[in-house]
Design a protein around this ligand. Sequence first.
Ligand code: ADP
Length: 511
Amino acid sequence: MRSSSPFHVLSTLELAAFVAFAASFVYLLIFFGVEFFRSLLLRPSSDLWADDCEDEKVVSVVAEGFLQKAPCGQALDGETPKLDFDPVKPAAPKAKPVETEKWDEQIDLSEEDEEVIASVVAGTTPSYSLESKLGDCRRAAAVRREALQRMTGKSLAGLPLEGFDYESILGQCCEMPVGYVQIPVGIAGPLELDGREYSVPMATTEGCLVASTNRGCKAIAMSGGANSILLRDGMTRAPVVRFGLAKRAAELKFYLESPANFEALSSVFNSSSRFARLQSIKGAIAGKNLYLRFSCSTGDAMGMNMVSKGVQNIMDFLQKDFPDMDVMGISSNFCSDKKPAAVNWIEGRGKSVVCEAVIKGDVVRKVLKTSVEALVELNMLKNLTGSAMAGALGGFNAHASNIVTAIYIATGQDPAQNVESSHCITMMEAVNDGKDLHVSVTMPSIEVGTVGGGTQLASQSACLNLLGVKGANREAPGSNSRLLATVVAGSVLAGELSDVSSRPASSSRAT
Ligand code: ADP
């Protein structure tokens, strides 16, 4: 037997022992080393994967069973890229999502949640009712999110769910939440304004914006700081009323604008809030329609709710003496909220602020890397003449809205009000025998508050706290929101200085 076997040096027993040893070696290899060997043997080809996502700005995405390439972070045809597939074998085409599929690692769902999700998907439970039905805002958001993903077949992975206080927005800030968007907050400053220093929070995804504003702050600080003056503080609301004849509309206009009636009207208006104080009423006639622009101070609140309540009080009061008056709308666009309008540019809305600084010639050269002469010339050509050529309305500036919007988002203002809040004329003039630069921004309608709306939320409130204007000012109501408006204007001043300095025309003439 020994001589007839090819393994004639081994006995049958020895042969069996060798085979057993080899088998257990292979088993151990598979058990511990499979990922390593698979990665060596089965490395995906460069057809499947971009070599370096950062360099190439592409990532391969397997979708619906075929390969495509899309920019980093961007889905194909609006689909969210799903990368949890076997990199070797393209995933089989996905069937339409089944109701029990879990889309999101963030969501921990109980059996009870699954039932609610099923009823939302089936349409028997309205999504908006989840907070009241479940009595738990975070759970309502999780359930709504999962139901939404199942109904749309789209993943929300990447939109955070956890780490947010959903109770704090209930009935105040956002309905039917499914998560929250993250926006980085950068700090520009210190901004030296009116003898104080401010670290200015800016929420933005625009690269260089914070850095540029920071450079402007530096130029201001090295020149002794900026100063601001609050010219006016009054929120407006304008209802439209209609009469049978223009004559009657005019009679009401004269009645409301008469100084003799102001006291009676203001006591009716002011009863809406301990902070609302009527300042003026202006009427504009269009045939038999009358547009009434009410203006009032609103303490530390931005004031839209407050002024609207005051206007409603006046409308009720007027019905007695003007029973033929039809109130067509409590807001007629003559206010004017969140739309570009000359009335805000000319009359102002919210806080009207002018802010100025004298930047030393030396600082213009060293920090802004340009010259006083070049800045004055470009400001005239761009912010004044260029904007006039474009038929601008309040847009006589380089990028006020960039700074306004970033501060508004960080501090919980209504970002849609950036429209009129960004109205700004930037002036630059050579002073001190042409050595230094006088720069100013005049902003007639900065609409900000430090109470109400988004200002109460944790992150936004932290940013207000950083500026020292969190919440209501108890000693002097209104002074927090007024201070915030001056900080907005001061930051815009810094942004304008830096932006105009960085234009090619001026930099080519630097020094
Ligand atoms: P808005 O009028 O800006 O929409 P809200 O009505 O949401 O503001 O919030 C203002 C609320 O805050 C009012 O109910 C008001 O009574 C209260 N409040 C407390 N302190 C102040 C203050 N210092 N200034 C203005 N409002 C204040």
